[in-house]
Design a protein around this ligand. Structure first.
Ligand code: ADP
Length: 437
């Protein structure tokens, strides 16, 4: 039997016996039970006092089951204390690591209130912790771009990062990323990309300046070579193949310089205004006419299917350059006499230009690289066709500039399909002309 029961039983029995000696067993038993109740109540008060006193007190020395309870509570407290210390140490280590990051970090709750921020957040964004704890991000930041991005990221729809100038220093460029985690909390990370942007700008300026400086001498050489070819046709017939080769190489260099200049214009900051309404059907018809001249004796068959009332808000010259590179590639990499389909149609998300050829195609391992500058699947063949290796890089840049996407699919031996997917917000649908009815 449990000692507690034995003790309480003995008290009741002794009280009963005392009651019998005094002439009333019932009163004796009641007195015994009362003593037991008072004793139990005292024990419970011990426990209550022990719980109130917190960790500092060692458990009271009580008999029986109460002793077991207080000891278990005590060891539970010791374990919790140890766990708390471990968690504190881990949190301190995490905070130290985040402070050591070269990026600004701001943690926000579901309502966009600042929960925590590291020191770099004060330096880059002016958000200081604990000063701004509980403040709404939208009250601390004034830049409209960043506030728009914050709203989009809060809805979980921001895929890309945002590049802005620091609100505290216009010389500092920041790349901001806002990530949603744990359902609706937000983590903002701002990296300082000033040096990377400066180096990139230097590279762009160098290419633009070098191309610009080379343009005039090459034009002069090309002009003189043409004159020399005409003048010496009869006098120096042996020299004609060499002069023709020189002219071809000069033309290649001219194309290369023009493409490099186009690329650097596309990369220029700030980007060109893109609010002209461009009639894509008219633009594609002009490209087709040029492609037919390029095809010349190769007699490619063009099969256009163009939706006429679908215009695009953008830049005519850039779109011409992008679309013509795609169509000219189809001409250059497709055997004579084959069909080239040019389609311009509406989709669920906007509109699409689709150019399909039946040429050799592009092997799968090269597809993701052909939009890189100077990347060519077959260098010799591209050069022989007068390619610069910049056509698809220009097309991709123009698409990015117009919030559009370039997608390439190809089946070696079957042909290639290049699609330009223009988003809905860039489309302008014109009214049908009366004669269309
Ligand atoms: P290039 O001036 O060499 O044509 P591009 O940037 O336009 O440069 O294209 C890059 C490379 O992609 C080409 O060299 C070629 O190997 C490949 N390519 C592009 N379009 C096609 C196509 N329609 N069919 C087959 N290969 C293609």
């Amino acid at each position: 039997m449990h000692p507690d029961l034995l003790r309480l039983g003995s008290i009741v029995i002794l009280a009963g016996l005392a009651g019998q000696l005094a002439g009333n067993v019932f009163i004796g038993l009641c007195a015994g039970l009362l003593v037991c109740l008072v004793w139990q109540h005292r024990m419970l008060r011990y426990i209550s006092k022990f719980l109130r006193q917190g960790n500092a007190q060692s458990p009271p020395d009580t008999p029986g089951v109460i002793n077991e309870i207080t000891r278990q509570i005590s060891s539970l407290r010791a374990r919790n204390k140890q766990r708390e210390q471990e968690l504190r140490a881990r949190l301190a280590r995490f905070e130290e690591a985040t402070e050591a990051l070269p990026d600004a970090v701001v943690v926000m709750n579901a309502d966009g209130q600042v929960d925590w921020a590291n020191k770099k957040a004060a330096e880059y964004l002016g958000i200081a912790f604990p000063r701004d704890h509980g403040q709404r991000f939208s009250h601390l930041i004034r830049q409209p771009d960043l506030l728009d991005y914050f709203t989009v990221a809060g809805n979980g729809t921001a895929a890309k990062s945002l590049v802005i100038c620091s609100p505290l220093n216009a010389e500092t460029s920041l790349e901001i990323r806002i990530i949603r985690y744990a359902q609706s909390s937000l983590l903002l990370v701002a990296g300082n990309i000033t040096e990377i942007r400066r180096a990139n700008q230097m590279r762009k300026d160098f290419i633009a300046n070098a191309s610009h400086e080379l343009r005039t001498p090459i034009t002069v050489i090309a002009g003189y070579l043409e004159a020399v070819e005409n003048e010496t046709a009869e006098l120096l017939p042996d020299w004609q193949p060499r002069i023709r080769q020189m002219r071809n190489q000069t033309r290649r260099m001219q194309n290369l310089i023009e493409d490099l200049l186009k690329l650097s214009r596309l990369e220029s900051d700030p980007p060109a205004k893109l609010d002209n309404e461009v009639d894509i059907t008219e633009l594609l018809s002009a490209i087709q006419a040029e492609a037919q001249t390029l095809s010349a004796a190769h007699n490619h068959v063009f099969a256009p299917e163009l939706q006429p009332r679908l215009h695009v808000k953008g830049d005519y010259d850039s779109l011409y350059s992008a679309f013509s590179n795609i169509v000219f590639n189809a001409v250059q990499y497709t055997p004579a006499g084959s069909e080239i389909h040019i389609k311009w149609y509406e989709t669920n998300t906007g509109a699409c230009l689709e150019v399909t050829d039946s040429g050799d195609g592009i092997p799968a391992e090269h597809i993701h690289r052909v939009t890189e500058r100077f990347y060519r699947v077959d260098k010799g063949r591209s050069r022989e066709k007068g390619g610069t290796g910049l056509g698809l890089a220009i097309a991709r840049h123009v698409m990015v500039q117009h919030d559009a996407e370039l997608s390439i699919s190809s089946e070696p031996g079957q042909g290639t399909t290049v699609k330009c997917l223009i988003p809905e917000h860039r489309l302008v649908r014109t009214r049908p002309e009366p004669e269309d009815f």
